[in-house]
Design a protein around this ligand. Structure first.
Ligand code: 8YV
Length: 311
């Protein structure tokens, strides 16, 4: 009897571990919903790693479902209200990825400001060896940084930036206890006061297009946007428009509106650093995320308290 259904593509170690827990595997939510009635009726827990929308209609297909264990801290693909209404628990994998995600945010910031992609090409192409010096670029340390969303990941980014002697500003639903960082009551005033804006809010309907044209204009022509959150948080058309016009100095993006198809207009821009949604993608962290997902599933099957419940 299949009690655990694994949805999504997992690495070798996670697949083996889920297999040992008796999981049945399907590649995506559509394939899960297409299983026959008897197979779906048996499912009490789902290990979910994927895109696609785990909505009310999808939950309808699993009448015995008690747990959706999400692989990832962001659970915007799951309709949590619908789950709550059906007494389906949802868990995620917070904290274990904070360092990696913050590392990548800072790395993109440095790469963009110091034009490291272009500098690397300058050496590889032999242009430097031919005697052409690399053009001077932008000093990043000691500037002003804004964190949009001072949650666990936002805090780690700010903490790293403080070591770069940055003046730290942030917006969050409420002021936090911080070491001298400046709180802003609204995102617009944050953007107006900083050179570099790091997007670290959760994804989902309540933050959709939070970074819109008006906010990008407040960030201004010297401003740089770094996004490690979700593509949905940024109005991508507005961002591309400003980058193409030089109304924004640049961007570092690990997430996009329509992954994995990043808008080809981004690739034409010299002022952006682009990453394939890989902020948490280190062996160590993905291993820890998988373990936490499975620990939640094991707790559920054993009737114990879930480790990291979302609702
Ligand atoms: C993963 C992420 O890429 O944790 C998240 O919210 O965005 C990433 O760490 C994703 O969850 C993999 O499915």
């Amino acid at each position: 009897m299949t009690r655990l259904l694994s949805i999504g593509t997992y690495g070798e170690a996670d697949t083996k571990a889920l297999d040992e827990m008796g999981a049945r595997f399907v590649p995506d939510l559509d394939a899960a919903c297409a299983l026959d009635d008897a197979a779906r009726a048996d499912v009490t827990a789902i290990a979910f790693k994927g895109s696609g929308s785990f909505d009310d209609a999808a939950m309808d297909r699993f009448p015995g479902l008690g747990l959706i264990a999400n692989f990832g801290v962001g659970y915007d693909a799951i309709d949590v209200e619908a789950a709550e209404g059906r007494s389906i628990a949802v868990t995620n994998t917070p904290d274990v990825l904070n360092d990696d995600v913050a590392d990548l945010a800072v790395a993109m910031w440095l790469m963009q400001g110091r034009r490291m992609l272009q500098a690397d090409a300058h050496v590889r192409s032999g242009t430097w060896a031919e005697g052409t010096p690399f053009p001077l670029n932008r000093k990043v340390s000691g500037g002003t940084a804004g964190i949009l969303g001072l949650g666990r990941i936002g805090y780690e980014i700010a903490d790293r930036l403080a070591a770069f002697k940055m003046d730290i500003h942030y917006w969050s639903r409420s002021p936090k206890k911080t070491p001298g960082w400046t709180y802003h009551a609204d995102p617009q005033s944050l953007a107006a006061d900083v050179d570099f804006l790091f997007v670290a809010v959760v994804g989902g309907p309540e933050t959709e297009n939070l970074v819109d044209g008006r906010l990008l204009d407040a960030l201004g022509p010297d401003g740089v946007l770094i996004n490690i959150s979700r593509g949905s948080v940024v109005d991508e058309a507005a961002l591309l428009d400003r980058l193409e016009r030089g109304a924004l100095a640049g961007a570092g993006l690990d997430v996009f509106a329509d992954e994995p198809r990043a808008d080809p207009r981004f690739a034409k821009l010299d002022t952006v650093v682009l990453q394939p949604h890989q902020a948490s993608a280190t062996h160590a962290t993905r291993g820890a995320m998988g373990q936490l997902q499975r620990d939640n599933i094991a707790a559920f099957f054993e009737g114990q308290d879930l480790l990291t419940p979302v609702v």
